[in-house]
Design a protein around this ligand. Sequence first.
Ligand code: PEP
Ligand code: MN
Length: 344
Amino acid sequence: MLIVMSAQATPLQIEAVAARASGVGLKAHPFHGERRLVLALTGSPESVDPSLFETMDAVLEVVHLRLPYPLVSRAVKDEDSVVRVGGVAVGGPHFAVMAGPCAVESHAQVRAVAAAVRQAGGHILRGGAFKPRSSPYSFQGRGREGLEALRDAGREFGLPIVTEALDERSLELVCQHADMIQVGSRNMHNYALLKACGRCRLPVLLKRGMGSTVEELLLAAEYILAEGNRQVVLCERGIRTFADHTRFTLDLSAVLAVQRLSHLPIIVDPSHGTGKRHKVVPMARGAVAVGANGLLIEVHNDPSHALSDGQQAILPSELAALVRQLPTLLSLTGKDLTNHASSA
Ligand code: PEP
Ligand code: MN
């Protein structure tokens, strides 16, 4: 149920509606827009009589909508959400480049890649310290030490950092050191982790499950917002299909589907989405042209010796060349690179 209120509603008027909602077991989530204020009521509003709210001060309309994911939907907020990661804005007109190694391997490696990301004009440094690997015998990440190395490299080169939390224990560490929490494809359906991220104050990068629909992605985001954290950026990273010329099938049309349904920003990861270095830059260009709000790209200074995902890592020079092309591509979509860390 949505309670549409005047944009000039006072805090007391809003509080009165929220209190009445709470009295019938519903939780009110206020969304302040330019033209109106929407209170989304979550819980089980089906049995609640709309007339309970209709005559309250500053209430314009009560809308009975059966939305599976009200808080992430455009019904509560038609303006694009802008998520702040450190000093970098993601969403709306702001395009962000997140780049770095798949895994943090050593201080020297992450420092070299961070320098390259900064030099290329990337905005946010990525790198995994806790790695969700398909095989238990593959490199699992450097853990706390890797997180500290990533944090140090980010600080040295003035780049906010994003890194994956695998479970609630690693989430605690990630929250201490990072600027953004990554929830990986394999954990998109981990509802306990999603709820825990919802209680954190950091923004969350939520990757689409490799076998998940757009609706399931939005429902996963809804878990985070329902707990109170609205700072969520979605990520299309490829889905499993019968195609075998590519690691996953990068579903660029998911960007359009998400942007139609939700106010949350969505970025694209062409690295995992293709799994092959030669496909990464062309698919990144496609993602920008489609209107994605950013890119997540794996970069390595020595891909043939990388401890994970070396076959899909591009070289620093390739990242720099891609970023140079972005203004031309972005001019097609009304977005820009004003986030550029070096001009911040
Ligand atoms: C990653 O970004 O390194 C990663 C493991 O991605 P995904 O969860 O999309 O597989
Ligand atoms: Mn990877």
